[in-house]
Design a protein around this ligand. Structure first.
Ligand SMILES: [Fe+2]
Ligand SMILES: [Fe+2]
Length: 192
């Protein structure tokens, strides 16, 4: 069973949304996030993750693909750690424990699959691209659930103080792992 099939089984549904439906969810999430700094930062990180996945896929040779994979893994871990440290616990506190547990499970699976990807020796191989796409679809589905259901609910149920705490702590936890985002400097150097 693929990771996507496991996810589909876990949630009891098959994701059948179109790109237009996905864009609508993103736009609605951005509207909500305009007044919710932690949600707005997370949306920025989701967009960066989408770009990081695309960069791995589009890499033209082994070494550039290895480098793009490192950047993807770095960003994915920084983002996941910050959600796991403050966002999912707060979901449980406001009465959304089952959503939190579900999200923890999906992220644990993504972390395991990223190491499997790293273990594939030939990065320009078909096996590598298939594993990459499997993970990309699973992460895309997870982000869709966060943007459409989990995080709008959290933003609404959390008190002003809890939303403030989420914003401060998400940034803190992300920075604890990522420090200053020098992966952006790498991009700037590549473009120069
Ligand atoms: Fe997440
Ligand atoms: Fe997320």
């Amino acid at each position: 069973m693929t990771i996507v099939e496991k996810l589909q089984e876990a949630i009891g549904m098959t994701p059948t949304y179109t790109p237009e439906e996905r864009a609508k969810v993103r736009a609605e999430a951005m509207d909500i996030a305009a007044d919710v700094p932690w949600f707005s930062t997370i949306l920025e990180h989701h967009i960066e993750l989408e770009e990081a996945f695309a960069n791995v896929k589009e890499a033209a040779d082994e070494s550039s693909r290895a480098e793009a994979q490192q950047i993807l893994a770095f960003l994915l871990t920084a983002h996941a750690n910050a959600e796991e440290a403050i966002v999912y616990p707060m979901m449980a506190i406001v009465g959304e424990a089952s959503g939190a547990k579900h999200a923890y499970g999906e992220q644990a699976m993504a972390k395991m699959e990223m190491v499997k990807l790293d273990e594939i020796p030939v990065k320009m191989s078909k096996d590598y691209l298939e594993k990459l796409e499997e993970i990309r679809l699973a992460v895309a589905h997870h982000m869709m659930e966060e943007e459409r259901d989990l995080f709008p609910t959290l933003a609404e149920k959390a008190s002003d103080e809890q939303n403030e705490k989420l914003s401060v702590k998400y940034d803190e936890e992300f920075t604890n792992y990522a420090g200053e985002p020098d992966y952006e400097d790498d991009d700037a150097q590549d473009a120069a």
